[in-house]
Every structure is written in structure tokens, then in C-alpha cells.
Design a protein around this ligand. Structure first.
Ligand SMILES: *Cc1c(COP(=O)(O)O)cnc(C)c1O
Length: 384
């Protein structure tokens, strides 16, 4: 019989005993128990019809060439995928070198099951129990969850009244215990980007052994000319990591592919920490096909940016003063009115994303969805 430590559990177990203590239960870490459950965007009930503007998804279906790659790849799913996604990693490195203007090699690229998983691996790699991770707030709701799972402590620095990251306050929040700072640009859900000048000033204040994660999930939608240039910033700073995703501009949210761009030593550690075979074969082939059709995909992004402009201008005409929308979404700071407004929107056939007590995020979707949502927003104004 194998005994390890005390047999405390066995002694506490008294089936049927009147005064028996409760049966032992598997403990759940306090930091996990304290987490809010991740709230996904609303789902359209079966049989109902509505525009889903609640998850920042791309409204376009996959390109025919991408669908064909997905169908072809399906024939091989009895085999394990390429563990390190060699071809995809090479294609990403090439793509970044061409579009980013700085050399990026396969040794710098680590793919994962969506960039949320890649972020988890980054945190698991560098955060020791009790280490602090500084983040803007409100920002991406996965941030505090991934930090807690990694055993870290979230330090949340409020965004400004116009939804911008307060980088001076974030720099001031760095302590001896800080290991990572998360910088979301454009910030989900508020919308504005971080400018190069403010990021440079911020990085000058961050100790070299603190990792700065620049989350560029929506980079393809940005039209603000002063936006911080991720690849150039990565090239200039040893402690900067970029996060990108195929979920938004590339329209592959359902297949889960994201990646980090990191220095080779950290990239190698990230691979060690990653879920084995984390990016499945179908996803790898779809992402490769998407990079092969990047011009076509970016035309769609251009159309979505035009749709965003139409939405923002329509809202401005109604009198709304909203944060600068640089992603595929707009943010309404509605405070206590949030839940009621979101319910009205659902009622009208547009699903939006409420953040209870704070505000509503509305994704840019189809033309008809914009038209319908503009009518909803006009109703919100008259009801103020
Ligand atoms: C959507 C989003 C991501 C991407 O998530 P995936 O896991 O790649 O789908 C990452 N960061 C932010 C801020 C996002 O909004």
C-alpha cells in the first residue's frame, strides 16, 4: 500500500456518521475561485435572427480559397498536426518582415490556440507566484483571467475618460514585483490606440527585465497615423513581445490561431510552455491560405473600416461623443444604463456586448447591421 504524507483524508471519512465531518473535497485555488467566469458574446438563439455585433467577429465568411484549404486539410485529421507549425511560422515571419519593415525570422514566432492561449503561455513562462502584472482597465477581459491562472496578481490602471491607456500611470504602477505590463492597442473595448511617442516615453521608464506585451489583435483596422509601430518597437526593445491573431481581420476566429513575436530565447521558452499540438492541422492550413490571400482579405478590412467610418459619423450626427474607434468596434460609456440599453438592442435584433455597470461595445458588421444599430442608438439618445 502506498502512503504519502499523512492519511488525513482517510481518517476524516466517516460514512453515515452523525457527527462526521464533511467528506474531503479537492481544493480549488483561491485565485481561480475568485475569477469571474469568462462571458462570451451573446449567441443568437436557434431559429431566431439577429445581427451579432457582440464578439468583434469578422462578418465575412471565409474566402473560397481558404474554404478549399480547410476542406483539403480535413482529409488528414487522422494524423497529428505539425507540432511547431513549421510552414505557418515561416510564412508569418516572411509576412511580418515584408509588412513590418524589420527582419523577423521563424525563431521569433510562436503560434498558439488563439492569441489568448499564447498570452497564457507568455505569462506562464515569466510570472512566478505573486508577481504583479500591470494592465489597463477596462481592457480585454481575458487579461485578469490569464494572470490569475498563471499565479500572478493583476494591477489594473484605469483608462482615461476618453478610453485611452494612461501609460504614465501604468509606468508609475510598476514595482519590484512587476514582471509583465500588458499594453492593448487598440484597446478592447474602448477603441483608441497607443501612440508611438507615448509608448517610447513609457518604455524608457520600464526596467529592462520587465516584459511589455503589445497586444495588436486589431492592428489591421487601425488608421490613426500616430499609432505605435509594433514590429519597429519590438526591434528596438529586448523586453517587448507582440501578440497578433487570425481571429479578427483574417476572419478565422472559429479556428483559433494567434501568435507571439519574441526574442529567440523567450520564444523558445514559450514553445516549451505551450500546449503540444496547440494549433490543429486545419487551422494551420487555413492560416497559411489566408496569408496567401492577404490582399483579398485586406480589401475586406478596408470595407469594414469604411463601414466603421459610416457608423461613427452616423453616431456623431446623433450627438454621441465616443472614444476614437480604431478597432472593429465602438464603445459607449453608459454606466448604470448599460444592461437596459443592451436589452433594447437585443429586442431590436442587434446583439451587442454589455459590460455591466460600465458600457456597451458594438462591433462593426454588415451594412444592414450598421443601419439597424444606428436606429437603436438614436433611440438610446432620445431616452437619455
Ligand atoms: C480578440 C482579441 C484577441 C484575440 O483572441 P484570439 O484568442 O486570438 O481569438 C486578443 N487580444 C484582444 C485584445 C482581443 O480583443
Amino acid at each position: 500500500m502506498i502512503r504519502r504524507g499523512s492519511d488525513r483524508g482517510a481518517r476524516e471519512w466517516h460514512p453515515g456518521g452523525v457527527t462526521a465531518p464533511r467528506a474531503p473535497r479537492v481544493p480549488v485555488r483561491d485565485s481561480i475561485q475568485a475569477l469571474p467566469a469568462y462571458v462570451p458574446g451573446a449567441r443568437i438563439p436557434v431559429g431566431a435572427s439577429a445581427y451579432k455585433l457582440s464578439s468583434n467577429e469578422n462578418p465575412y465568411p471565409p474566402l473560397p480559397s481558404v474554404l478549399a484549404a480547410i476542406a483539403d486539410a480535413a482529409a488528414d485529421v487522422n494524423r497529428y498536426p505539425d507540432m511547431f507549425a513549421t510552414e505557418l511560422v515561416e510564412r508569418i515571419a516572411q509576412h511580418l518582415t515584408v509588412t513590418g519593415g524589420v527582419p523577423v525570422g521563424p525563431e521569433n514566432v510562436v503560434v498558439g490556440n488563439g492569441s489568448v492561449a499564447v498570452l497564457q503561455h507568455v505569462l506562464d513562462t515569466v510570472v512566478e507566484p505573486g508577481d504583479e502584472v500591470v494592465m489597463p482597465w477596462r481592457s480585454f477581459e481575458a487579461y485578469p483571467i490569464t494572470v490569475a491562472v498563471a499565479g500572478g496578481v493583476s494591477v489594473q490602471v484605469p483608462v482615461t475618460a476618453d478610453g485611452r491607456l494612461d501609460l504614465p500611470a501604468m509606468a508609475a504602477a510598476i514595482t519590484e514585483r512587476t514582471r509583465v505590463v500588458l499594453v492593448c492597442s487598440p484597446n478592447n473595448p474602448t477603441g483608441p490606440v497607443v501612440h508611438q511617442g507615448e509608448l517610447d516615453a513609457f518604455l524608457a521608464q520600464v526596467p529592462g527585465d520587465v516584459l511589455v506585451v503589445l497586444d495588436e489583435a486589431y492592428v489591421e483596422f487601425v488608421r490613426d497615423p500616430d499609432v505605435a509601430d509594433g514590429p519597429a518597437t519590438f526591434a528596438a526593445h529586448r523586453n517587448v513581445v507582440l501578440l497578433r491573431t487570425f481571429s479578427k481581420a483574417y476572419g478565422l476566429a472559429g479556428l483559433r490561431v494567434g501568435f507571439a513575436v519574441a526574442r529567440p530565447r523567450l520564444a523558445s521558452a514559450l514553445r516549451s510552455a505551450s500546449t503540444p499540438f496547440g494549433v490543429n492541422h486545419v487551422a494551420q492550413r487555413a492560416a497559411i491560405a489566408s496569408l496567401g490571400a492577404v490582399d483579398e482579405l485586406l480589401e475586406r478590412v478596408e470595407a469594414l473600416v469604411a463601414e466603421r467610418t459610416r457608423l461613427v459619423e452616423g453616431l456623431r450626427d446623433q450627438g454621441w461623443d465616443l472614444p476614437d474607434a480604431q478597432g472593429n468596434f465602438v464603445w459607449f460609456d453608459l454606466g448604470e444604463r448599460t444592461a437596459a440599453r443592451a436589452a433594447e438592442s437585443t429586442e431590436a435584433g442587434v446583439l451587442v456586448r454589455p459590460f455591466a455597470g460600465e458600457g456597451v461595445r458594438v462591433s462593426v458588421g454588415e451594412r444592414e447591421a450598421t443601419d439597424l444599430f444606428l436606429r437603436v442608438a438614436a433611440g438610446w439618445r432620445t431616452a437619455r
